[in-house]
Design a protein around this ligand. Structure first.
Ligand code: PLP
Length: 442
């Protein structure tokens, strides 16, 4: 039988997400292997992974422990439904995750992605208020420049104009947005948390005045906004938001899809910032990106509202065929063990000062209007040039790739979030490749 090789080179069938597909096909970037801190490209080059894939491979690539756990699970129990049935790994994983979660977040609802986690969390808060006899609490408050995935719920509370405009008029109707916390005039080139901007949380009072607190179900924010260019919360901002939510009976959801699982030096950002949400959405690092998975962590008081009524009544009319998929659970358990044994959150915390120093050493390079960082995250913002397409950030991303470094372009920003297994020499290498690429991309 002859093999039709045209299917290998014809790349027209795969409609790539969030990608200029026609442009990509003119000069494809293909990754064909990965181990440790590096990808291998199809042209045989080693590419330093500056972005943990897409913010997900926190324990580094090709982890034998995960591979073995997945292989074992596939041969033992490839699939089991979670509707009215169960399998041991899902219960074990939930219990072990809760042990690392912020205090009180004692229940775990599994999903397959961050988008599903966000939509699940939004549904849970709406159902919660209904169960408590406050069905009028339906307004969901997101924030400008937020990314909460691509479900209709996440797109609605998200604050990226481009992601919303194709569906305007068809998104969730009961949504409002806080202003974002980006303040270059006062906070440019801040190391860690900006000093100015706690008062941006008071924007919630504007929305409360406008809509009435009794109409509002929840506020959802990323503790550190990732996909829209890394916005670190100003000192005092999260605390103030929590205070306002408490005062007005609003639930607070932290979307920790990016900040979770060690990225900023603690298991979760809420522990680092010492502000506890009522619900927390996660994905990505939970299974090291090896098998898709997400999870919503729910505070026991919120969960308790669902555990009433007749015993035979379903308590949440929501779930996915693959909620708690055995193979994803196996990958997540193996990932959890790596995080525990290697104490990856502590490793991130230990490397963070070096990371910060090396990132900020690039200050002064042409076109840079800000450098910001937290934990093992850094972002480089370039002066806006509205007429330029692609953006300078995107051109620098391409130049980094040509030089052997994977970066993440988003608007005028280049973001970095390497596996937490990176070492100091690799941090130095990453920023020196970036510096070269910036200098040579006028
Ligand atoms: N929430 C946040 C904060 C994210 O950064 C992302 C993805 O980057 C998502 C949700 C969506 O996750 P997924 O792409 O797994 O659906």
């Amino acid at each position: 039988m002859s093999t039709d090789l045209s299917c290998v080179t014809d790349r027209s069938a795969f409609w790539m997400p969030f990608t200029p597909n026609r442009q990509f096909r003119q000069a494809p970037r293909l990754l064909v292997g990965a181990a440790g801190m590096h990808y291998q490209s199809d042209d045989g080059r080693s590419i330093l992974d500056g972005t943990a894939g897409l913010w997900c491979v926190n324990a580094g690539h090709g982890r034998r422990e995960i591979r073995d756990a997945v292989a074992h699970q596939l041969t033992t129990l490839d699939f089991a439904p979670s509707f009215n049935m169960g399998h041991p790994l899902a219960f074990e994983l939930a219990a072990r995750l809760v042990a690392h979660a912020p205090h009180g977040l004692s229940q775990v609802f599994f999903t397959n992605s961050g988008s599903e986690a966000v939509d699940s969390a939004l549904k849970i808060v709406l159902a919660y208020h209904r169960l408590r006899g406050q069905p009028e609490r339906r307004l969901l408050i997101g924030r400008e420049r937020a990314y909460h995935g691509v479900g209709f719920g996440g797109t609605s509370v998200g604050g990226i104009a481009r992601n919303r405009e194709a569906w305007l008029g068809s998104l969730l109707p009961q949504v409002a947005h806080l202003r974002d916390t980006h303040d270059l005039a006062r906070n440019a080139f801040t190391r860690g948390q900006p000093t100015h901007g706690a008062e941006f949380a008071d924007d919630l009072e504007r929305l409360i005045r406008e809509h009435g607190s009794e109409q509002i179900a929840a506020v959802i924010i990323e503790p550190i906004a990732g996909s829209t260019g890394v916005l670190v919360p100003p000192r005092g901002y999260l605390e103030r938001l929590r205070e306002l939510c408490d005062r007005h009976g609003l639930l607070l959801i932290f979307d920790e899809v990016i900040t979770g699982f060690g990225r900023i030096g603690h298991w979760f950002a809420s522990q680092q910032f010492q502000v506890r949400p009522d619900l927390m959405t996660t994905a990505k690092g939970i299974s090291n990106g090896a098998i898709p998975m997400g999870a919503v962590f729910v505070h026991r008081d919120v969960h308790a509202a669902f555990m009433q009524g007749p015993l035979a009544q379903i308590d949440l009319y929501h779930g996915y065929t693959y909620s708690g998929h055995p193979v994803a659970c196996a990958a997540a358990l193996a990932t959890l063990e790596i995080h525990e044994h290697e104490d990856l959150p502590a490793r991130a915390a230990e490397l963070a000062p070096h990371w910060e120093a090396r990132a900020h050493a690039l200050r002064g390079l042409p076109g840079l209007v800000d450098i910001r960082n937290y934990g093992l995250i850094a972002a480089f913002e370039f002066a806006a040039e509205p007429a330029r397409n692609p953006t300078r950030a995107f051109e620098i991303f391409r130049s980094c790739y040509a030089r052997g470094l994977l970066a993440r372009p988003t608007g005028n920003v280049l973001a970095f979030s390497p596996p937490l297994t990176i070492n100091r020499a690799q941090i130095d290498e990453l920023f020196s490749i970036l510096a070269e690429a910036i200098r040579e991309t006028p």
